[in-house]
Design a protein around this ligand. Structure first.
Ligand code: NAD
Length: 324
């Protein structure tokens, strides 16, 4: 009789640290490039109800022996009733038998694995002397992004812009907690000051134009995870070296979809970040190069952090265990 672990949101938050998420995501990006981990095609559909997008992300990591799926999506009206807009649950299965191993709350893990992805990109691609962090976006994910990013470089200031300025004070409070000065600026000023920029919005049109970025900037585009979404000028991708979690997603649902469709870049120009982690691609080649990470969000990231949660919860005797 298989024993199943049930690990709710509060236990995930208690047992999965940003550092553990970083290691898990960095490891699975590398395994993808070695051909040891594979994402399966994503299902993502508009429900025609509650304005929601719903779907599945799944995959198998043979290196980490993680098999499963994340089921969930985006309900834009949730915030009004005190819930986060993203809602998801992760299912882990035993790769040897197909039996269910764990049901894991996916909301905290989605935020922490997405923040880990941009953080991994900053660790491997940003200039070592980066000082100013620019945040475009101030929603639920932005605080996780900020907390993870500041661990990678000795930032001494955060500049931020959001299409809804009333959301910025919450992000300012996180910067204050991290001991960093915070300034709300306009978009051109953000591009002119920031050495590293994270975009994490629900935009469907470019918010940041190519001419606004400094040479040497690293940009992590994290909001575009669906066909039609866009956060930066497609011409920026032609001027930058573009890295991604997974090329197939980058060109179909990621930030690169627009530059590829316009013929500004080609699929072969986009480098999986795992190649930099594995040392088969050099990553940044000069101090003036603009590097852009197109973080589309892959199912293997979810499985990697869910496995961390399952193992840590089991080791600490946390969560419920049921026998099917
Ligand atoms: P949220 O609803 O809490 O915040 C939305 C953010 O987008 C806010 O900054 C808001 O001001 C801005 N925004 C809302 N409507 C906009 C519009 N029409 N144009 C421009 N900006 C707009 O959402 P969140 O949980 O912080 O997620 C932000 C984005 O990140 C979403 O698009 C989500 O789908 C995406 N996301 C990506 C990944 C990934 O792995 N790449 C993972 C999770 C979330």
């Amino acid at each position: 009789m298989p024993e199943i672990s049930i690990i709710p949101e509060d236990i995930c938050a208690a047992v999965v640290t940003p550092e553990a998420a970083f290691m898990a995501v960095e490891g699975v990006f590398a395994a993808m490039v070695r051909g040891e981990a594979r994402n399966f095609p994503v299902v993502r559909e508009a429900l025609g109800h509650a304005d929601a997008l719903y779907g599945f992300k799944s995959g198998f990591d043979k290196a980490g022996m993680a098999l499963g799926l994340k089921s969930g999506g985006f309900w834009p009206g949730n915030m009004a009733s005190g819930l986060t807009n993203h809602q998801s649950t992760i299912f882990l299965f035993d790769p040897d038998t197909g039996q269910l191993q764990a049901l894991v709350g996916g909301n905290y893990l989605t935020a922490i694995r997405t923040a880990a992805a941009s953080s991994v990109s900053i660790a491997h691609l940003a200039r070592k002397d980066a000082k100013v962090l620019g945040m475009v976006g101030a929603g639920h994910q932005s605080a996780f992004q900020l907390r993870a990013a500041v661990k990678q470089r000795a930032f001494d200031k955060v500049v931020a812009w959001n299409p809804h300025p009333e959301m910025l004070p919450k992000l300012a409070a996180v910067a204050a907690e991290l001991g960093l000065p915070f300034e709300a600026v306009d978009r051109e000023a953000l591009g002119a000051q920031a050495d590293v920029i994270i975009t994490i919005t629900s935009a469907f049109e470019p918010l940041m134009m190519k001419g606004w970025f400094k040479p040497g900037t690293h940009i992590a585009c994290m909001g575009t995870d669906t066909k039609g979404k866009q956060e930066v000028d497609a011409h920026l991708l032609a001027a930058a070296t573009v890295f991604t979690d997974e090329v197939a997603q980058s060109i179909s649902i990621g930030e690169a979809q627009h530059a590829v469709a316009a013929g500004l870049i080609h699929e072969g120009d986009i480098v999986p970040l795992g190649a930099v982690i594995n040392g088969t691609h050099p990553g940044r080649s000069s101090v003036d190069e603009i590097t852009l990470f197109d973080g589309t969000g892959v199912g293997l990231q979810d499985l990697a952090v869910a496995q961390v949660a399952m193992r840590a919860a089991q080791a600490q005797g946390m969560g419920a265990r049921v026998t099917l």
